[in-house]
Design a protein around this ligand. Structure first.
Ligand code: GUN
Length: 283
């Protein structure tokens, strides 16, 4: 039987509708949720992501600004800008788009963002809180993936989740969130041997590698849930995932497409975190 598609675009529209009402309620209390997005340099993909974040914010009534900075900016200058955002009472969420130019130490930047405004969930304090299962800002892509599974009532407890990729942004935290939901988690990465033998055991397979269409049905157990985090631009300018969709859908029970899969959910969870940051200011 062909896999059912988990449409992230549709789910994100539903969640955004709910958020619109919450934003209205906050505005009645004179709180205008505000997200500051910092974009350094001229990377086309980063610019496109940042514009998408601004557009989505506006859709739900969250105020947002893009602070554009030159590629040549020093670490000190960038840290000063973040500190000003930390001190600004009107700013609820701060997001520094990654990657950053090589003269800047990413970890210094992340650790300077006030954890209460860290809507990406990248600050070590928030990562620690996530690991110990406390209330915190969860990283947007992993959080979006959990929401997608829950939207289809896919149970996670006791399942074998295999994660392909171990980035700080996706691979590591999505494994942690699945563990928090009581999955048994295996991580595969570039040094893993016999990857196919491992992915073949997955009830839930999360693919976050960054290689177009590399995972076909040979890697997938019959009935597995396949989550494709890849966003690869191929020759003709089209977007494609890390999973060969047409092949994988022959064996999977559920699958996320690219586009209209995980991508829209990442942005939506960023809005959710921004709203959470703003609400916490009222309490
Ligand atoms: N670059 C790629 N994904 C992300 C993300 O989720 N947040 C930020 N800040 N940068 C990114």
């Amino acid at each position: 039987m062909e896999a059912k598609v988990i449409n992230g675009k549709e789910l994100s529209m539903e969640l955004k509708e709910e958020m619109k009402q919450e934003v209205k309620d906050l505005r009645k209390k004179n709180v205008i949720p505000h997200l500051s997005v910092v974009l350094v340099g001229n990377d086309a993909a980063s610019r496109s992501y940042v514009n998408g974040k601004k557009r989505a914010s506006e859709e739900v009534g969250i105020s947002s600004e893009i602070i554009e900075l030159p590629e040549s900016i020093s670490e000190k200058e960038l840290l000063d800008i973040i500190q000003k955002l930390n001190q600004n009472e009107q700013v609820h969420g701060i997001l520094v788009q990654l990657p950053l130019p090589k003269q800047i130490n990413v970890q210094h930047i992340i650790e300077t963002i006030d954890p209460r405004k860290d809507v990406d969930g990248f600050h070590p304090v928030n990562i620690g809180r996530m690991m110990t299962g406390q209330d915190t800002f969860l990283p947007c892509t992993p959080y979006g993936i959990i929401k997608m599974l829950q939207s289809k009532n896919i149970s996670i407890e006791g399942k074998h989740a295999v994660i392909l990729g171990r980035s700080n942004i996706v691979g590591k935290p999505v494994g942690q969130l699945l563990l928090n939901e009581h999955a048994t988690v295996t991580y595969c990465h570039s040094r893993t041997k016999n990857v196919k033998d491992i992915t073949k055991q997955a009830d839930i397979l999360v693919v976050a590698i960054g290689s177009p269409n590399i995972i076909s049905k040979e890697y997938i157990k019959e009935g597995a849930v396949v989550i494709d985090v890849g966003i690869n631009r191929i020759e003709d300018g089209k977007l494609t995932g890390d999973v060969d969709f047409d092949s994988a859908k022959e064996v999977a029970s559920y699958i996320t497409p690219v586009p209209r899969g995980v991508g829209p959910m990442t942005i939506t969870m960023l809005l959710y975190n921004t709203l959470k940051a703003a609400k916490e200011r009222v309490l």
